[in-house]
Every structure is written in structure tokens, then in C-alpha cells.
Design a protein around this ligand. Structure first.
Ligand code: DAH
Length: 346
């Protein structure tokens, strides 16, 4: 059987028309079976018939048939591509995928409330002329206790019986996680001659029964000023000013006498703490935020300075306590419970 060239044109036109009319993927499958099917597809049959052509026409017929097949396949590829992008367009414009839905916001971290408070404390004392010094968190017994006039048999150690480090030297128990930042009074006085005006922030650790206002780990800021003529009134003035900057002018402050082996005289400073009652009213209670006093002359002398010439004051401030009072938080233990529902409020 010979197929004339015009009938190739007719065949191609019919194949392309049928392809254009295929409405969907199923229609294309049917079309493919009908025209390009391996068994009895019409174009497949056309190519198969090349060998039946009379010898002189066989080559040109074969070439024309192959070109036809190529064009029809190209048309199929184009149709498939068009259907794909139409489907995508459909998907992005119907309600099934609402591209106007806002993305999930990135959660942004922030500073821990104790860190924020510590930074504000450092800034407040910085503006009053105190520079920041640092000391070790793992401290020698002799700095933590002896240098601060707390010898081995002193009852003040009982309050602080604490976290000892297995000593590397000679098996003697002489190293511990510091219980307060006060040993830095000694460390700073050893390094530096008056005038001294430093604060030393840092973490401290105690064997402590925890409750709403006590934690076994805490952050302190030690303050130390040593110079000629430093007086108790200077200490009070600085602490009043600090409290005013930290809590505003309306909070009440109270000093009362207290005993610390490293100061004479010693005081504690408390701030009024508003406590909301069940009936909606507010009552106030005093919360101590720091211990302070005039540096014991023996400590000034033991660390290289003349106590007749120089006097000093020192204070040790509890940073978590300040944070409690600042935001009216009812329990200090929230700070280290790592609960984002609490932490993300600051
Ligand atoms: N170191 C004391 C404590 O941790 C606090 C303290 C009291 C520090 C009086 C001082 C001070 O500098 O003068 O409880």
C-alpha cells in the first residue's frame, strides 16, 4: 500500500486536531493510544508501512513520516507542559492553597530577665563612677572565708556550708563554688591602690533550702569603694541613688542593722514589695536586696593598705531579688525553671 504525501498532511492535521481537543490527562492517554500506541497507533502504523513502499519512494516517505512523528510528539510535549502550568495556576488560585496565609513568624530570642536586670544595675553604678571587675566562680577557701574574716570555726560558715570542689592539691578541702562575691573585695584591694570604686558581678552558690525568695544559685553584684574619707553617709547616698534609678522615686527603702564579719558597722537594705491579696487589695512587705557596711579595717590592712589613711564601704546585692521587685514576680524559682511562658513576658 502506498500512502500519498497529501494523505500524510491530512493525517498530521487530524492527529493535531485530536490532540488539541483532548480535554484532560485521560483524554491525552486515549489520544496517545490511538496515535502513538505501540500496537495499533496510527502514526506507529504509518512508520511501519515505510518498508512496504515502492523502493524509489521509500526513503523520502520514511523521512517525511519521521518528521511528522517528531512534530506530533513536540505538540504533545507542549500540550503536556501547558496542562501542567495550568494545573499549577489552578492550584495557586483556588482556596485549597491559600497563598495569602501569613508565614510562621520566626521566634526572636531575648535576654533573660536576670541578665537584663544585671545590665541595668551595671549601667546605674557605671554612671556613678564604678567600673566592673571580675573574679573566679571557683574560689579558694581563704578568699571566700578567711580573707573576709570568717575563720574555719566561725558560725557564719554554717549558713554557707556549700559546694566544695575535690582539691587537686594535697587532698585538703580548700576550693569551692563561691558563696558570695565578697572575696573580690580582697582580690581587688590586692591588685589596686585606692582610690577604688568597683562593682563585681557574678554567680554564687549556696547550700540553701529554696523558697519563693531563695535559690541555691544566685547572681550578686559586689560593690567596693576605698579612699580617704569614705563614710557611711556615702554608702547610703549611693544606695539611695541606685534604688531611685532602679525602682523609680516612689518605692520605699529601709536600712536596718545587721552583722557581717567583713564590715563594721553592717546593714541590710530592704525595698517594699507589693503583694496582691485575694480580695484585690495590696499589702507591702520588706524584701532585702543587699547587705552592706563599712569595710573592716583589718581587711584593708591585710590587703596592703593603711586603714588609718583609708576607709571604705562595701555592699553585696542580690540580682534576682532586684528582678523580683522590679516586675512583681512572686517566686524566685521561676528564673531558672526554663519555662518560656514565664521568660517570654520580659
Ligand atoms: N556577702 C554577703 C552575702 O552574700 C552580702 C554582703 C553583706 C556583702 C555586706 C557586702 C557587705 O559587701 O558589706 O550575704
Amino acid at each position: 500500500m502506498t500512502i500519498a504525501v497529501p494523505s500524510l498532511v491530512t493525517l498530521e492535521a487530524a492527529a493535531l486536531a485530536a490532540l488539541a481537543a483532548a480535554p484532560d490527562a485521560a483524554g491525552i492517554d486515549d489520544w496517545r493510544a490511538m496515535w502513538l500506541g505501540r500496537q495499533d497507533g496510527r502514526i506507529t502504523g504509518l512508520l511501519r508501512s515505510v518498508k512496504d513502499q515502492p523502493a524509489p519512494e521509500r526513503a523520502s516517505f520514511g523521512g517525511a513520516a519521521n518528521l511528522l512523528k517528531g512534530r506530533v510528539e513536540a505538540a504533545l510535549a507542549e500540550k503536556l507542559g501547558g496542562m501542567k502550568s495550568a494545573a499549577l495556576r489552578e492550584l495557586t488560585t483556588t482556596a485549597a492553597l491559600d497563598v495569602s496565609l501569613p508565614g510562621r513568624p520566626q521566634t526572636i530570642g531575648r535576654l533573660h530577665p536576670v541578665t537584663q536586670t544585671l545590665r541595668d544595675i551595671i549601667a546605674a553604678f557605671g554612671e556613678m563612677g564604678f567600673r566592673v571587675a571580675e573574679g573566679p566562680e571557683v574560689e579558694w577557701d581563704r578568699y571566700n572565708f578567711d580573707a573576709m574574716r570568717i575563720p574555719a570555726d566561725h558560725p557564719a560558715r554554717d549558713m554557707w556550708d556549700t559546694i566544695w570542689v575535690d582539691s587537686i592539691i594535697g587532698g585538703k578541702r580548700d576550693m569551692l563554688l563561691r558563696t558570695h562575691t565578697s572575696p573580690n573585695q580582697a582580690r581587688v584591694m590586692e591588685r589596686q591602690a585606692p582610690p577604688i570604686r568597683v562593682i563585681v558581678p557574678g554567680k554564687c552558690y549556696r547550700q540553701e533550702a529554696t523558697d519563693a525568695t531563695h535559690e541555691w544559685q544566685l547572681t550578686q553584684v559586689e560593690g567596693l569603694a576605698v579612699d580617704e574619707g569614705v563614710r557611711m553617709s556615702d554608702l547610703k547616698g549611693i544606695l539611695y541613688e541606685f534604688a531611685r534609678r532602679m525602682f523609680g522615686p516612689d518605692r520605699k527603702i529601709m536600712f536596718h542593722h545587721s552583722y557581717f564579719p567583713f564590715v563594721e558597722p553592717g546593714v541590710e537594705m530592704a525595698i517594699d514589695w507589693p503583694v496582691k491579696q485575694a480580695d484585690g487589695s495590696t499589702t507591702y512587705k520588706w524584701v532585702e536586696i543587699l547587705g552592706a557596711g563599712m569595710v573592716h579595717p583589718e581587711i584593708i590592712a591585710n590587703h596592703g593598705h593603711d586603714p588609718k589613711k583609708y576607709t571604705g564601704f562595701a555592699f553585696g546585692l542580690g540580682v534576682e531579688r532586684v528582678a523580683l521587685l522590679r516586675w512583681g514576680i512572686e517566686d524566685i524559682r521561676h528564673f531558672y525553671a526554663n519555662d518560656l511562658r514565664f521568660l517570654s513576658q520580659f
